[in-house]
Design a protein around this ligand. Structure first.
Ligand code: ATP
Ligand code: MG
Length: 249
């Protein structure tokens, strides 16, 4: 179970304009944390900082597992678009991330993960032969097949129609109950934030620098989340949180 500590980081892209200044955030093992905030406030940048794709100018990002330092956690990343290679089958698009795994074992892992994302017989198809929602399921499978210590999802359902997104959110919650992993996702959708997260970090820009404006804990019973999304939308405690998020935007 991986904990993440972001401590006092500064991140500046252009001279003298700090996107983050002494920014700190602790992300707890196995929590589902939502980064919520307006376009340009640095949500994707924070995810990229966690992967190490980009580095902070100063400050520290560290990982620990059961109280011990953890230098190289495995990170699964789901992007806004599925980013599948069109001339590879679904199987190959997933197995490509299983480096140094025996092919037989890789085959088994891919089959298992496709079952988990409810695409059991899709391995031999090409991306053009499956729907947009199914493509995003494949990209979630690709992120999960490595058994990530940390799962990052950057606006994973924003390009899908609301009905497909609703189904995928529901299925993702079920998958995350089976695969325990520290999850951080971004969204502009207050309903999605409230539905998927245990904790929502509301970010806001003050001039050019982003800070945490509010942290909202979701006190929902997990069993309620298993109910249909439609019922969830009309739940009073959810409505309260969604209202708060609209007010902060
Ligand atoms: N590589 C880069 N070089 C220069 N500026 C960058 C770079 N990456 C991000 N930025 C700037 O940092 C700010 C935050 O960008 P980021 O993509 O993290 O925002 P975001 O919160 O994910 O926005 P959105 O909701 O639109 O996806 C923006 O002003 C962006 O222009
Ligand atoms: Mg972004």
């Amino acid at each position: 179970m991986t904990q993440i500590n972001i401590e006092n980081i500064d991140k500046t892209f252009s001279k003298n304009v700090a996107l983050f200044r002494k920014f700190s955030l602790e992300i707890l093992p196995n929590e589902r944390l939502c980064l919520f905030g307006p376009s340009g406030c640095g949500k994707t940048t924070l995810l990229n900082l966690l992967t190490g794709i980009i580095k902070p100018n100063s400050g520290d990002i560290s990982f620990s597992s059961n109280g011990n330092d953890f230098l190289t956690p495995k990170i699964g990343y789901v992007f806004q678009e599925p980013r599948l290679i069109p001339w590879w089958t679904v199987e190959k698009n997933i197995s490509i991330v299983l480096k140094n795994v025996d092919p037989k074992m890789a085959n088994l892992l891919v089959k298992r993960i496709l079952k988990l994302v409810l695409l059991p017989n899709y391995g031999k198809r090409y991306p053009s032969q499956i729907s947009g929602g199914e493509q995003q399921r494949v990209s979630i499978a690709r992120a999960l097949v490595i058994k990530p210590d940390i799962l990052l999802l950057d606006e994973p359902f924003s390009h899908l129609d609301e009905f497909t997104a609703t189904q995928l959110r529901y299925d993702l919650i079920k998958v995350l109950e089976k695969i325990k992993t520290t999850t951080i996702f971004t969204t502009h959708n207050p309903l999605e934030a409230t539905y998927l997260a245990n904790r929502i970090v509301v970010l806001a820009k003050n001039k050019s620098t982003t800070a945490i404006k509010k942290i909202i804990k979701i006190q929902m019973d997990v069993r309620q989340k298993k109910d249909l999304y439609r019922e969830f939308i009309f739940n009073d405690s959810m409505k309260k949180t969604v209202r708060k998020l609209f007010a902060k935007y």
